[in-house]
Design a protein around this ligand. Structure first.
Ligand SMILES: [Cu+2]
Length: 115
């Protein structure tokens, strides 16, 4: 009985040393948005296989054509730009290339370079 307890305790201490999934690196970008300047950073560089988290914090509500944001090929669901409403787009690029950041109809406002 004593032996079983010792083995169990050893296994528990070993498993505690295995890195958790949460330790995987995420490339974080936090940008603002205004109608006059659009997103506050227009160009982003990331690596294939790297998890990307792109956060947009609009301080104004968009109107007309550029009032939504998406990244065709990486984030395909247009998100409305609404004052005070945080947008979070998370994706892991699988192929190198140049991905446009656009409005819902595909007009370019920025770029994500994946190498
Ligand atoms: Cu548009």
């Amino acid at each position: 009985m004593k032996k079983i307890i010792v083995v169990t305790a050893t296994l528990l201490s070993l498993s505690a040393q295995v890195p958790s999934v949460a330790a995987i690196a995420v490339k974080n970008f936090t940008v603002g948005y205004t109608k006059a300047n659009d997103i506050s950073q227009k160009s982003f560089a990331v690596k294939t296989g790297e998890k990307v988290r792109l956060e947009v914090n609009p301080t104004e509500t968009g109107s007309g054509c550029m009032s939504s944001i998406m990244v065709p090929g990486l984030w395909n669901k247009p998100q409305p730009l609404v004052k005070g409403k945080k947008i979070v787009m998370e994706f892991t690029p699988q192929k190198p290339g140049t991905y446009k950041i656009t409005c819902a109809m595909g007009l370019q406002r920025g770029v994500i370079n994946v190498r």
